[in-house]
Design a protein around this ligand. Structure first.
Ligand code: PA5
Length: 443
């Protein structure tokens, strides 16, 4: 994997020696474990700490779900959802649902919203198909997944009886605390533990991500290997010139300090779209606090050139872009010659679509740089378990460094409580009587 920053994105913004030192100091702080939020640094050395026994235990549980179910419904939200969704989409055929035969169970997601229609349609879709569920919640008390789990658990118990249901439900949660842990112990579900020192948005390489991915047929061992290689490549003793997480963090902060407040992550491979969503949570929740933070936005290209392209080229100049660039696609499709040539595209005849996609990428990059949008490029050779594992860890490490450079605690999320308080007050949750009265008076 390579990070191309084009002389700080040809923006005229210098990457000072001081800024490089800041990035290296922030990286050292992550390794020393003495910075803000240091009780949530378990992800820093996580890839190298995952042993064969842990991988085997996850694969074994995944195999038993795979043997039982056509569809595994994975319940969770935020950090307990986005990583698995992102990697699964990246690693799966885009049209898997339409293929006549599936090599792996279909993994569907629930509990990432409270939409009645979503859950009703999901349950309708799995009628006649064998189902199992993985319920994931670190706190074990998050409302959205708890509601979905209540309904899906009921469906599984109704279909298979309480005894069989136990082998179709797996919980991934805290080792000791929370309602889900209590329920899992009482009911005798298989459980996996989310380490105390790994926060939700940094948890994709724990069973939170690895179990659903193993169910979906992803080689989790290779993914962890990829992450481990990146852990080594971005370690404390790796010089700034070689440390791409430190470089990415430094460039982002240089741009931010020069008025670039919005970062757009994009790719020309639509199956990476949910990597963008995972990244948005990682950076949004980690950096957006204390009145500070780069706003993480995303595009899928070339589709969004026909919607957001105008703004990016020509709107307010507060943007910069980071493109995940894939060197080699998995398939080959060649544009053929057409005798009528009514569309005028015969000049492309014989070219692979990928060559055209690459020229679009290059053309857009130059146009956006010309338009005052600094561009970075993260180059990966192809989309596979190793590169995706490396990419995830690269972003996590850079996020920790960048958050410290920004001067925030990247590992808390005090801002997500406000909506919950209001929602519980509006729903008359016991214990919220005062808040209930106050909020209803505002309506
Ligand atoms: O990053 C985070 O900590 C959050 O986004 C959580 O992952 C999310 O709120 C889900 O929490 P839980 O796993 O406790 O249900």
């Amino acid at each position: 994997m390579k990070l191309v920053t084009l002389d700080t994105c040809k923006s005229g913004i210098e990457l000072s020696e001081e800024l490089k030192r800041e990035a290296m100091a922030a990286n050292a702080l992550l390794h020393a474990g003495t910075g803000a939020g240091n009780d949530f640094l378990g992800w820093v050395n996580l890839p190298s700490s995952i042993d064969k026994a842990q991988i085997d235990a996850i694969n074994e549980c995944a195999a038993s779900l795979r043997a039982k179910a056509d569809v595994v419904i994975c319940i969770g939200i935020g950090g307990s959802y986005l990583g698995a969704k992102a990697v699964l989409d990246a690693m799966t055929n885009s049209f898997e649902l339409f293929r006549a035969k599936h090599d792996n169970p279909i993994v569907l997601f629930a509990g990432q919203n409270i939409s009645e229609d979503y859950l009703a349609e999901l349950l309708d879709a799995v009628k006649g198909l064998s189902i199992a569920t993985i319920v994931i919640s670190k706190s074990g008390t998050t409302t959205e997944p708890a509601i979905a789990f209540r309904i899906i658990k009921e469906e599984i118990e109704r279909r298979y009886g309480k005894e069989e249901a136990k082998s179709r439900i797996v919980a991934v949660t805290d080792k000791a605390r929370g309602a889900l842990k209590t329920l899992a112990t009482d009911e005798g579900y298989a459980t996996f533990v989310i380490p105390d020192n790994v926060g939700g948005r940094f948890s994709v390489l724990t069973p939170v991500g690895l179990l659903p991915l193993a169910v979906g047929g992803v080689d989790i061992e290779a993914m962890v290997e990829g992450a481990k290689a990146m852990e080594e490549a971005t370690a404390e003793d790796v010089a700034f010139e070689d440390n791409i997480s430190a470089q990415y963090a430094a460039v982002r902060n240089a741009l931010y300090r020069n008025g670039k407040k919005i970062e757009i992550l994009g790719s020309y491979e639509p199956k990476l779209q949910n990597i963008n969503e995972w990244w948005k949570q990682l950076y949004g929740e980690s950096e957006g606090k204390d009145g500070k933070g780069i706003f993480p936005a995303s595009v899928t290209l070339t589709a969004d050139l026909h919607s957001m392209g105008q703004y990016i080229q020509d709107g307010e100049r507060s943007l910069f872009e980071t493109i995940i660039s894939v060197a080699t696609p998995a398939h080959t499709v060649v544009v053929e010659s057409d005798s009528a040539n009514l569309d005028g595209l015969n000049f492309l005849a014989g070219k692979r679509m990928h060559e055209i996609n690459k020229m679009a990428e290059l053309g857009v990059q130059l146009a956006h740089v010309d338009g005052g949008v600094p561009n970075m490029r993260i180059e990966i050779e192809s989309i596979n378990e190793r590169t995706i594992g490396a990419l995830l860890y690269f972003f996590e490490k850079a996020c920790g460094i960048s958050g410290y450079m920004l001067g925030v605690n990247p590992f808390n999320q005090p801002g997500v409580e406000a909506y919950k308080k209001n929602m519980f007050a509006l729903l008359d949750k016991p214990g919220y009587e005062e808040e209930s009265k106050a909020i209803k008076a505002r309506l």
